[in-house]
Design a protein around this ligand. Structure first.
Ligand code: SAH
Length: 507
């Protein structure tokens, strides 16, 4: 068998967006991925579904794999002919022991490549609003190991030189030795008033920072129970943070937001939350699947040109309608002469993606508004087709019928209870890890309550912001005993996010 190859890849400091394109490609093509604690697990989503994924870091139930065992693993997997991607936090050659792994590969005659990564030593300060160099403050910086045993007789660190000879000092792996580090620097001539910043889990939504001076930072850290993984940043540049802090100032920074939409629909909301500095937690309460019986829809499709209007009330409605059209070996030409209404901009976009122009989109995205807008357009006796979910509200067909329309409702898809891990959500609520819950429809609320199935829901939701997409969803929530904290003014995802931003649940 041809022996494989090992890519030693820097995964970046935590924000998954900070991997290089080359690194991402290595994840995509790997048949084996070996990763540890500091490499963002979110990157694994890009791995091939067949890839073998091996975690070699510490976990609650076992110790981290020893370095020689990791080396051995890489060699074996490569010898088996695999494409092995060894994913390491930050840069593989900056205190990543990547050098040792590479040596072992060379000794075993295994091909390898190194894909450098963005090191935490530079990126974490950047996300804390601290440039490691600055014309006014310093012209150099050093990255130093902080885990040298302080009782060691002969230090490998030239404390006398770095204390005064270098402007910005970045210590990695140093939290356990913080008192020792500050002491050494002061001892060797650095001013006790030198600013110091500690940044934990930098570039991630959990990022936390603590600022002090060489003389007080150790006490402050102890008081705040500030732990690894964190960097210690020493130097005048720390002061720039007051002006340049940007990540921690994002509107949703530090907030975990529950997304209850179906998996297919969650991503737009999740992405927006991330952009605003929040951390989405997806708990799909709804699953969208095909309807049980397509006879009514098939009949309608066979007679499409007999309808005056087709009204689409959701993106899913459009998707499943066109799926069916295709199964019946037909295409958009069947809609010739039929007027099309979309309930909102997303539904319109979906229709446009099929090359259709939409005749009417109501200003407010509710059934009541559709009816108002169609008045004058729909004549008594006109046939109106409503392809939609099995559980859709009756108000729209009723109102259309009152206008004299001949309404036909056909089921295009059905929604069932999502299969998310409710136990985990309950645990997160108990631990106060979730700050905001978002509900984008009545069924997301109903299913959320059903899935959690607890007696003390109100108690669990005490400190949580509950955000609803509109009055109908809010009503359903209230009926189920959930207090709605904020409601979107515009009944869209954008409106919902706006509403969430108006609240400050952090305190
Ligand atoms: N190769 C890595 C460093 C590995 S040593 C790199 O280039 O970033 C591990 C140390 O890196 C941790 O103890 C901590 O000091 C630092 N570190 C890595 N990721 C970090 C993060 N997201 N936030 C804060 N410190 C981090």
């Amino acid at each position: 068998m041809i022996s494989g190859i090992v890519y030693l890849v820097g995964a970046g400091p935590g924000d998954p967006g900070l991997i290089t394109m080359k690194g991402l490609n290595c994840i995509r093509k790997a048949s084996v991925i070996v990763y540890d604690r500091l490499a963002s697990p979110k990157l694994l989503a890009y791995a091939s579904p067949d890839a073998e994924i091996i975690y070699v870091g510490k976990s609650p139930d076992r110790h981290a794999m020893k370095q020689h065992e990791i080396n051995q693993l890489l060699v074996e997997k490569a010898k088996d002919g695999n494409i092995v991607t060894r994913l390491k936090g930050g840069d593989p050659f900056v205190f990543g022991r990547g050098g040792e792994e590479a040596e072992e590969l060379v000794e075993n005659g295994i091909r390898f490549e190194v894909v450098p990564g963005i090191t935490s030593a530079v990126a974490v300060p950047a996300y804390a609003g601290i440039p490691v160099t600055h014309r006014d403050a310093t012209s150099n910086f050093a990255v130093i190991t902080g885990n040298e045993d302080p009782t060691k007789e002969e230090s490998n660190i030239a404390w006398d030189k770095i204390a005064t000879g270098i402007g910005t000092l970045v210590f990695l792996m140093g939290m356990g030795n913080l008192p020792h580090i500050s002491e050494k620097l002061i001892q060797h001539g650095r001013s006790p008033k030198t600013p110091v910043a500690l940044v934990r889990w930098g570039t991630r939504p959990e990022q936390r920072s603590l600022v002090g001076t060489l003389e007080n930072i150790a006490d402050k850290a102890k008081e705040a129970d500030f732990r690894n993984p964190a960097i210690i940043l020493v130097g005048e540049v720390v002061k720039l943070r007051d002006k340049l802090s940007w990540f921690e100032n994002k509107p949703l920074f530090g907030k975990q937001v529950l997304v209850t939409r179906s998996r297919q629909q969650a991503s737009a909301l999740s992405r927006r939350i991330e952009e605003l500095g929040g951390e989405p937690y997806e708990f799909p309460t709804i699953q969208v699947t095909a309807a049980d019986d397509y006879t009514p829809l098939d009949n309608a499709i066979k007679n499409l040109s007999s309808y005056r209007w087709v009204i689409f009330t959701s993106v899913n409605g459009v998707k499943y309608f066109f799926k069916r059209l295709k199964i019946l070996n037909k295409d958009v030409r069947e809609l010739h002469g039929v007027k099309i209404c979309a309930i909102g901009p997303k539904t319109r976009e979906e229709l446009e993606s099929f090359g259709l122009l939409v005749d009417y989109v109501p200003g407010e995205y509710r059934a009541e508004q559709i009816v108002a807008g169609l008045k004058g357009n729909v004549q008594p006796g006109d046939k109106v087709l409503l392809p939609r979910a099995d559980i859709a509200r009756k108000i729209l067909p009723q109102a259309l019928a009152e206008m004299g329309a001949n309404v036909e409702e056909v089921t295009t898809y059905k929604t069932i209870l999502g299969a998310g891990d409710a136990g985990k959500v309950i645990e997160k609520l108990k631990q106060k890890e979730l700050h905001v819950l978002t509900f984008t429809s009545s069924s997301t609320v109903r299913n959320f309550v059903k899935l959690l199935d607890v007696d003390n829901l109100n108690e669990l939701l005490q400190d949580v912001v509950v955000a609803s997409i509109g009055p109908i969803t809010s009503n359903t929530a209230r009926e189920l005993g959930i207090d709605v904290t904020v409601e979107a003014k515009e009944y869209t995802i954008r409106g919902l996010v706006e509403a969430v931003m108006q609240t400050d649940s952090r305190d």
